[in-house]
Design a protein around this ligand. Structure first.
Ligand SMILES: [Fe+2]
Length: 298
């Protein structure tokens, strides 16, 4: 069995080589090792989800009937998910340029990796895998407010692309696009990927980077080494981050309604030019990210 492993997958390599971004999930290709890796990841994290995940996430997990023993079929997940919020998981072969990614969200589609991390490295994750995308992200998409927030990110990207394409000078377009993409990517990172939320008197995780990491989920909420602050838009959009370490700084939202309104605020800032020159540093914005905004058909 060739397997669909993050570090080695002939099917994915072929799709990437042929330039196919959106693909199917060739379920028959998963190896026994892929299924075992999934089962191990899933069973290991259960007690931590119960202790550290926000209640909406736990409700989402129950609603999706995720298979604990085998790699889930995306089609099965979508059959449960779609009637709830209109969202569906959409299999992809790898990285999706920024505008296309946000545009998928606007259309209630979530680009989803279909490979599973190597069984010998359950804790080391150089790039998203299916456990991150399906077990970490998708349960939140069962919640209406959260789903609407993702759509709002997509609308924000649309406003940004309109603003950028209206500019006459190509150099200025590129500079503006780089800054706006950086701002949006940072805000997405500190909320959807690594966000904390108030739950009564306690804090809980809703960011998928935390919810899909056995180690960091506990660390993010228990460790005295982590700085946890109420989110401020002007801070998050200017704050750089490193993806290969546990996060030293996390931001807290009061509720998903609060998060939704912040994305609306971000969209306003995009239109007003307030994030047209954010501070430099991570994340890296690639040429294909910039081009995706400049050439988007609006
Ligand atoms: Fe993610």
């Amino acid at each position: 069995m060739e397997g669909l492993t993050t570090t080695k997958s002939p099917f994915i390599e072929k799709a990437q080589h042929e330039g196919k971004r959106f693909i199917r999930q060739p379920y028959e290709l998963y190896s026994d090792e892929n299924h075992t890796a999934w089962a191990n990841l899933y069973s290991r994290i259960q007690p931590r989800w119960k202790r550290y995940a926000n209640p909406k996430f736990l409700e989402g997990v129950a609603k999706l009937n995720i298979d604990p023993d085998k790699v889930p079929r995306i089609e099965d997940i979508n059959n449960f998910l779609k009637p709830l919020t209109g969202f569906s998981a959409k299999p992809v072969s790898g990285y999706i340029p920024a505008y296309l990614f946000f545009d998928c969200l606007r259309n209630r589609e979530f680009p989803t990796t279909i490979t599973v991390r190597d069984i010998s490295k359950l804790d080391y994750l150089p790039e998203p895998d299916m456990f991150h995308d399906v077990a970490g992200h998708v349960p939140m998409h069962t919640d209406t407010e959260f789903a609407d927030t993702l759509v709002r990110f997509g609308e924000c990207a649309l406003s940004a692309a309109l603003m950028i394409q209206e500019l006459k000078d190509r150099e200025l377009q590129v500079q503006r696009a780089k800054s706006v993409i950086k701002a949006m990517a940072r805000f997405f990172w500190f909320t959807i990927e690594f966000g904390l939320i108030r739950s009564g008197k306690e804090l809980r995780a809703y960011g998928s980077g935390l919810l899909s990491s056995y180690g960091e989920l506990a660390y993010s909420l228990d460790s005295p080494e982590v700085q946890r602050y109420p989110i401020q838009l002007e801070w998050a959009v200017n704050q750089y981050f490193e993806i290969d370490k546990y996060q030293p700084l996390l931001f807290i939202v009061d509720s998903f309604d609060h998060l939704f309104s912040l994305v609306g605020e971000l969209e306003k800032w995009v239109k007003d030019g307030k994030v047209s020159n954010v501070s430099p540093g991570e994340p890296f914005v690639s040429d294909s990210d910039v081009e995706s905004f400049l050439s988007a058909k609006l």
